[in-house]
Design a protein around this ligand. Structure first.
Ligand code: AMP
Length: 189
């Protein structure tokens, strides 16, 4: 069961850092995530770039035999080095179209360590899931506390009544790759 929102095997959308210069061990995490997606026979949906973790996850996924789908706005083709090896590279006009297509192609979402772009994507898919616009799992893969401050802040907002418990519960926080992928898998029939 499962299968991509559009077709084929389960498709996991990965949001992650797109800039160089971040601590190098995160590349290994991204490569491992890509190769574990492949090992499960799943597909990858990403921002369609070859830079930084975005490139590492796609290269890791393809090395393991996974199909990769990239969605990239025209304006970023140069800056994020469009991943022309993608099995499908969808070039769109705007950032909003990018996020909409990434979401439409995915059955589940994982945020790896990233910056404000990753946070923007994560919060959109998390909030839209919380208000019932989709029922797909939303996972943060955080082995080393990259998101600790952010998560503590959001929990503090819940303590102060600004965030309801159901919204907090909608976000799954995993500390290892397999736990993150288990959270993406559809429940057994
Ligand atoms: P960053 O975490 O800042 O490295 O960004 C990660 C990815 O998010 C990059 O591919 C950015 O192009 C992308 N991004 C940033 N803002 C948006 C947005 N509003 N819509 C879609 N993608 C975005």
């Amino acid at each position: 069961m499962g299968g991509s929102a559009l077709m084929g095997p389960l498709a996991v959308c990965v949001y992650c850092a797109s800039i160089e210069g971040i601590p190098p061990h995160y590349r290994e995490l991204a490569t491992e995530l890509g190769s574990r997606i492949a090992a499960r026979g799943w597909q990858l949906v990403s921002g369609g770039g070859r830079s930084s973790l975005m490139g590492a996850v796609a290269i890791g996924a393809r090395a393991g035999g996974a199909r990769t789908i990239g969605v990239m706005p025209k304006a970023l083709v140069e800056r994020e080095w469009a991943d022309h090896d993608s099995d499908e590279l969808l070039i769109v006009d705007t950032m909003r179209e990018r996020k909409a297509l990434m979401e439409a192609h995915a059955d589940a979402f994982i945020a790896l360590p990233g910056g404000i772009g990753t946070c923007e994507e994560l919060f959109e898919v998390w909030t839209s899931g919380y208000i019932g616009l989709h029922a797909k799992p939303v996972v943060v893969l955080d082995p080393d506390g990259h998101y600790r401050g952010l998560l503590e802040w959001v929990r503090g907002l819940a303590d102060r009544g600004f965030v309801v418990p159901e919204a907090l519960a909608r976000l799954i926080v995993a500390t290892d790759v397999d736990a993150a992928l288990d959270a993406c898998a559809p429940p057994a029939a």
